[in-house]
Design a binder for this molecule. Structure first.
Ligand SMILES: Nc1ncnc2c1ncn2[C@@H]1O[C@H](COP(=O)(O)OP(=O)(O)O)[C@@H](O)[C@H]1O
Ligand SMILES: CC(=O)OP(=O)(O)O
Ligand SMILES: [Mg+2]
Length: 451
């Protein structure tokens, strides 16, 4: 038995440090039945801290049905400045409001965005901590935040094992010609310069959940082809062929592919040298996570671009609201200014980039696509964006039921059909859950549990 093995029914804390959020869920391990993978853990409580990158942060805390069953709590938290203070806020709240003894937490799963050459989950030791730290420059909005939470866990819950789960793992199946960059391969190999892809924990969760929904063999998604859109502050897409990642839109770092709240997405690489003549200098913006050394170019493209640069807000819901108000004024024949056009520009630009990849992935999958899946904060909540994407995908056989699309919020299922499902070309919304994916993987990992 390894020294990380814990009593069978211990508690698992799963922590997901996103670019703008910290999502924390507490589970109890209830078994590891391969025929019922989603039932390996019971959710006890969930806490979400949003807007960390655009304070004040929103803190929410909710006991699950299996937990203490009390009302959800929501508050603006002025003391939250980064991921570490968000985690401390959560621990203080847990101590005050829940009867759960933190000593019962045996494993803490951390979502780590960039794993580099690590593909399997690793227990945090000095060596693995420093491996993740060295990769921080390749995920400047992420790895540093996750490391600061690990440090807080080691201080506050020293008996629990911290285990890192990587976003990059899911994409290790990408064919070489997809992951290779057309540059000198001796340099590429020496420096690890290739497409890694991210949001892998989310894609793994979605694949399993969609397979169950479509009644494919639960533990064998190898018959399933999907085009998945994980659209949040960081947005990416993935073409899944026979249950494996075939291609994804993010690359060496999460800045590439689709634009995000503060990220540029794919642009002409020369653009940055015309934007600033300080591109290669080390950035002095200390608001980036600890121990990150990035250039001014990377700082601009990661933190000062995206729809925040176009509109002044990181909130895509606000962009849609403002855009509709301007559209309504135009419809009434009222005057609008050039400035008013920025909302629609951001929306249409995002839509355009999604459609570009959607078309490409449809062809790469040979037109054999079981479902188009929307997920992430925007994919799960924006009725308008889903409507616009699917309207354009009608030419390749997808369609949306406008009523089902509007009613997603009132349906609590993990996977919700928003298209007529009879023709085999499903359009789905999946409430992705990276914390659940990590906790489930942890519950199944025999290294971590006593016989
Ligand atoms: N009703 C809504 N309509 C459109 N977008 C929304 C809505 N509510 C939240 N969002 C978007 O979801 C984003 C958060 O997505 P999420 O996937 O939770 O973030 P993260 O990338 O930090 O994990 C917010 O930045 C906001 O832009
Ligand atoms: C990889 C990434 O961009 O993650 P998130 O959307 O959680 O910021
Ligand atoms: Mg996220």
């Amino acid at each position: 038995m390894s020294d990380t093995a814990a009593p069978k029914s211990g508690l698992i804390l799963a922590v997901n440090a996103g670019s703008s959020s910290l999502k924390i869920s507490l589970f109890r391990r209830v078994g590891a039945d391969a025929n019922a993978p989603h039932d390996a853990v019971d959710l006890l409580l969930v806490s979400t801290i949003n807007n960390i990158s655009a304070p004040p942060a929103n803190f929410s805390f909710k006991f699950a049905a299996h937990g203490e069953g009390r009302e959800a709590k929501k508050e603006l938290a002025q003391d939250i400045k980064d991921h570490a203070t968000a985690f401390t806020h959560f621990l203080d709240y847990l101590k005050r409001e829940a009867s759960i003894d933190r000593e019962q937490i045996v494993h803490i799963c951390h979502r780590v965005v960039h794993g580099g050459s690590y593909f399997k989950p690793v227990v945090i030791t000095d060596e693995s901590y420093h491996h993740i730290e060295r990769l921080s420059d390749l995920a400047p909005l992420h790895n540093g935040g996750a490391l600061s939470v690990m440090q807080a866990c080691i201080d506050a819950i020293p008996k629990a094992n911290s285990i890192a789960y990587f976003d990059t793992s899911f994409h290790c199946t990408m064919p070489l010609h997809v992951s290779t960059c057309p540059i000198r391969q001796d340099i590429a190999k020496k420096r690890g310069l290739k497409k890694y892809g991210f949001h892998g924990l989310s894609y793994a969760f979605i694949l399993q959940a969609v397979c169950s929904h479509l009644n494919k063999a639960r533990d064998d998604p190898s018959q399933t082809n999907l085009i998945v859109m994980h659209l949040g502050s960081g947005a990416s897409m993935c073409a899944i062929k026979e249950g494996k990642s075939l291609d994804t839109t993010m690359g060496l770092t999460p800045v590439s592919g689709l634009p995000g709240a503060t990220r540029s997405g794919a642009i002409d690489p020369s653009l940055i040298f015309h934007y600033t003549n300080r591109a290669g200098r080390i950035s002095h913006d200390r608001s980036l996570a600890v121990n990150v050394h990035v250039t001014e170019a990377e700082d601009i493209l990661n933190k000062r671009s995206g729809w925040n640069a176009l509109t002044g807000t990181t909130d895509f819901g606000e962009i849609v609201k403002q855009m509709k108000e301007v559209d309504a004024r135009l419809a009434r024949g009222e005057e609008v200014t050039e400035e008013d056009g920025k909302w629609r520009l951001a929306f249409d630009l995002f839509l355009d980039r999604i459609l570009g990849y959607l078309g490409g992935y449809y062809v790469k999958l040979g037109g054999k696509v079981d479902a188009l899946v929307f997920a992430g904060g925007i994919g799960e909540r924006s009725v308008e964006l889903r409507e616009a994407v699917v309207a354009h995908a009608a030419c390749v056989g997808f369609s949306l039921d406008p009523e089902l699309n509007k009613k997603v919020d009132s349906n609590e299922d993990v996977v919700v059909d928003v298209g007529p499902s009879s023709d085999g070309h499903h359009v789905l919304v999946c409430r992705t859950d990276e914390q659940h994916e990590m906790a489930k993987e942890c519950a199944f990992d025999s290294r971590f549990w006593e016989e």
